[in-house]
Structure formats: structure tokens, C-alpha cells
Design a protein around this ligand. Structure first.
Ligand SMILES: Cc1ncc(COP(=O)(O)O)c(C=O)c1O
Length: 455
């Protein structure tokens, strides 16, 4: 049984509805594949985070992790909801700046920030830069001196916690490219280096243990380890620990069987552990930050596809045949199934009230196996049906590519029966916009036939 999310419901025409909009009408009006963002749900999740964290620990802030989903409209919604924003590249930072996101509420992260990205951040005076390596300390100090500014920085540390999630989204263990290890002394060397540079204002520490976590164990363990480390550094170097940022990572319900903690339970448990650890270590009540991405945007998004050819292919295993259902997108609009074996709930948007009768494999149009959904239950699908894949709001559009020179899909914001385009669909012309033909390749006429015969 599919569990609907946010404002999704089945309307009296038997169609899936989201944000008060009939999904089949969205598909007809905007084409498919189409990313649909449920604005009410997106805003509700921003508010729940802010309220829950604030209720449990008032000296706190929530930054939306822009890597999950970012464009101009999303940045403005996040700003309106009074969240901060975590950006992980010059492109994300530029998007936020162009959207008019309050610059003091922006943090720049990334394991290798280029000089031009650091310069952009310094020029605009972002609220915080999350330092990730010893090399970056030296470069940032040099650039800050050149630009006559003193950025507020945090040091990203690797607390050595294994978050038990997919290997590609585990980041808090010792064996990681992110941050500086607490266990091998690299983090301590990082602090010494930062403190040597008068242009860098060290405000505290940052960690992010992993993503799609279905319990709070790893966050609690990391909070405890980072607080202990912060306290020992405070004592040793006389620095004042003003803030500790515990990253993002709360998982979402991709499948009915997954039961991640609610935002409220997550906030409660990390605030409790954080407060206790800070008290035990004599840190007082430093500022606590979290940076959720997936658990804000994920369930607020869905993708609509049009079904094309349906094939029944003989297989050795029971039931003896497999239904291959092709959709008009796939790997280029959602690489997660190929990267992480990610699974999703799905339903036919134009026949949402019908019970599933068969198990099918949904494949995309790309030149790979491009399995979008290996085995999902649907009513017998026909070409032209509209397939809705749920919980695609995070790490879908933001990870989309032009593989096979597919134009990337449009994105609409659905709210109270209105749908507004927030990213237009790419065109073939867009695909050519950056291509150039060197003069020497232009000059030669291209033969109109294929290979010359008989030579
Ligand atoms: C530093 C940092 N903060 C926050 C996040 C957001 O994580 P999530 O989307 O799991 O909440 C990530 C994700 O990779 C991250 O690297």
C-alpha cells in the first residue's frame, strides 16, 4: 500500500493530487518528466525543524542543505521560512546570492573550495565558512589578508562514527575525505593552524556523519565526541567554543517499512544529548546548528513520467516473465537508483484509486540498464499512463545530468491548486548553448554520404 505524503491525496476523479493540483493535469500542462514541489509541505518541514529545535534548545539554528535541492525560488522560500542555508559550491552560493538570500545566514562548505569560490564568499561576507583541510586554512588566511576581511570559520572534524548507512553517504567515520580526523591528531593541528592566523575567527566545530539515517544513534555519538573534543581544545588553547554544527542526515520514508524518527523526536534527542555533553564538559550552552537537506525537501517532491512501451520478457525465475515498463526519463533526472540502489514508492497518477495487480520493472530511456524501480506493484500499466515516483524532492533535480543529451526536466511549485514553473524545461538549443566548433572543423564540408565504397 502506497503511503501518500504532504498534501498528496486521491481526488474524486481517481487521480493523484498534490498541492491541490491534479497530477495528470500538471503532466499535460508542463510535459514529463516533471519535478513537482509541494510548497505547503516544504514550508511545513522548514517550520517543524525550526520550532522543534528551538523548543528543545533555544540557542540553535537550522540551515537547509542546498545540495538537496536549490534554485532561485527554493532559496527564497527557505529564506522566507527564516532558515539558514548551507551551500557546497560556488554555483550554490551564486544561486543563493542571486535569489537575495541574506548573506549572513549562508555557510560555505566543501572539501575542496576553489580560490575563486572562497573569494566570492569573502567578497559577499557569508556568515560562516566551514574549513575542511589544512591546505584550506592557509589559502583562506592568505585570501582574507589580501581582501582585508576576517571570516567566521568552523572546523569540520571527522568524529570516527560509523553511521550504518549506504557507503556512498557515510561521512563521519575516520576513513573519509571530509574534515580532519579527531583520532589521529589532524583536527588538533587544524586548530593550531587556524589560531596562528589573526584573520580567521574560529567560532567552533562542524561534523556531518552521514545521510538517510533511520535512527539518532550516530548523531548522538558524534555530538558527544565533538563536544568532548571541543572542550579539550577550549581548555588547551583558550579558544571560546561559540558553536557546534552537527550537520544533516535525518532519513525519510522512501518505503512504507522505513520508520525514521520524526523531526520533533530527532530534535529532542540530539538537543538532549548535546545539552548533557556540553554540561558534562563545561562548555556552557554554545550555539547548536543542524543542516538538514533530505528531511526537508525529500518528501515534498515527486516526479511524474509518461509510460511508453510495456514488454513482457521471459525469465527463468518464478513467475516466468518480467514486465518491463519504460518511462520517458530515468538516469539523467534521477541517478540515485544507479548510485545507491535507491528504492521509491510509486503509483499511476491517472489511476490512483486502482489496486495494484502486477509487479513490474520500471526502466528509463538511457543507454544503460537504467533501472529506475526494480520491482514495484502497479495496476496493469499501458502506454500513456502517468507514473508518479514519490519522495524525489532531494538529490534528484540537484543530481540531474544531460546524459545521452537529455534536456533536464522542468520543475513546478504546486500550492493551493496553482502550479508555477520554477525551472523551465531545457531545450535542444540549451544543450548546444555551450558547444563550440573550432574554425578548422567548420571549414571542411562534411560529405553527405557515408563511407566511400570501393576504395
Ligand atoms: C556538510 C553537510 N551538511 C548537510 C548535509 C545534508 O544531509 P541530509 O540531506 O542527509 O540532511 C550534507 C549532505 O551530504 C553535508 O555533507
Amino acid at each position: 500500500m502506497v503511503v501518500l505524503q504532504g498534501t498528496q491525496r486521491v481526488n474524486n476523479r481517481g487521480h493523484l493530487e498534490v498541492g491541490g493540483c491534479d497530477a495528470t493535469e500538471l503532466a499535460a500542462a508542463f510535459g514529463t518528466p516533471l519535478y513537482v514541489v509541494d510548497e505547503v509541505e516544504l514550508r511545513r518541514r522548514c517550520r517543524r525543524y525550526r520550532q522543534a529545535l528551538h523548543a528543545s534548545y533555544s540557542n540553535s539554528s537550522v540551515a537547509f542543505a542546498g545540495k538537496a535541492l536549490l534554485n532561485l525560488a527554493i532559496a527564497r522560500i527557505v529564506a522566507e521560512e527564516n532558515l539558514e542555508l548551507d551551500v557546497a559550491s560556488g554555483g550554490e552560493l551564486y544561486t543563493a546570492l542571486q535569489a537575495g538570500f541574506p548573506v549572513q545566514r549562508i555557510t560555505l562548505h566543501g572539501n575542496f573550495k576553489l580560490d575563486e569560490e572562497l573569494r566570492l564568499a569573502l567578497r559577499h561576507g557569508v556568515g560562516r565558512i566551514g574549513i575542511d583541510s589544512l591546505d584550506e586554512i592557509e589559502r583562506l588566511a592568505r585570501l582574507s589578508e589580501e581582501m582585508h576581511c576576517s571570516p567566521r570559520v568552523t572546523l569540520r572534524v571527522a568524529p570516527g562514527v560509523d553511521p550504518h548507512t549506504h557507503g556512498k553517504i557515510s561521512t563521519g567515520q575516520d576513513d573519509t575525505k571530509f574534515g580532519l580526523n579527531i583520532s589521529n591528531g589532524a583536527a588538533r593541528a587544524g586548530i593550531q593552524a587556524i589560531l596562528r592566523h589573526p584573520h580567521l575567527q574560529l567560532a567552533g566545530f562542524h561534523c556531518h556523519v552521514g545521510s538517510q539515517l533511520l535512527d539518532t544513534e550516530a548523531h548522538e555519538a558524534a555530538a558527544d565526541i565533538v563536544c568532548r573534543f571541543a572542550a579539550s581544545m577550549q581548555e588547551r588553547y583558550g579558544m571560546r567554543v561559540q558553536e557546534i554544527i552537527l550537520g544533516g542526515g535525518l532519513g525519510i520514508q522512501y518505503l512504507p517499512g522505513q520508520q525514521p524518527p520524526s523531526i520533533e523526536r530527532f530534535a529532542d534527542s540530539i538537543c538532549d544529548t548535546f545539552r548533557r555533553s556540553c554540561q558534562n564538559m563545561g562548555l556552557g550552552e554554545p550555539h547548536l546548528g543542524v543542516e538538514p537537506g533530505r528531511s526537508i525537501a525529500g518528501e515534498a517532491g515527486l516526479t511524474l513520467y509518461t509510460i511508453g512501451p510495456v514488454k513482457r520478457v521471459p525469465i527463468r525465475e518464478v513467475p516466468g516473465e518480467r514486465w518491463y515498463v519504460a518511462v520517458d526519463g530515468g538516469l539523467s533526472d534521477n541517478p540515485r537508483p544507479l548510485m545507491y540502489d535507491a528504492l521509491y514508492q510509486t503509483l499511476l497518477a491517472n489511476r490512483a484509486a486502482e489496486m495494484p495487480t502486477i509487479t513490474v520493472r520500471v526502466s528509463g530511456r538511457h543507454c544503460e540498464t537504467d533501472t529506475l524501480l526494480p520491482a514495484v506493484e502497479l495496476p496493469e500499466p499501458h502506454p500513456g499512463d502517468i507514473l508518479a515516483v514519490l519522495a524525489t524532492g532531494a538529490y534528484n533535480a540537484s543530481m540531474a545530468s544531460n546524459y545521452n543529451r537529455f534536456p533536464r526536466p522542468a520543475m513546478v511549485l504546486a500550492n493551493e491548486g496553482n502550479a508555477e514553473l520554477i525551472t523551465r524545461r531545457e531545450t535542444f538549443e540549451d544543450l548546444l548553448k555551450l558547444d563550440l566548433i573550432p574554425e578548422r572543423l567548420r571549414q571542411k564540408a562534411i560529405a553527405s554520404q557515408g563511407c566511400d565504397k570501393g576504395e
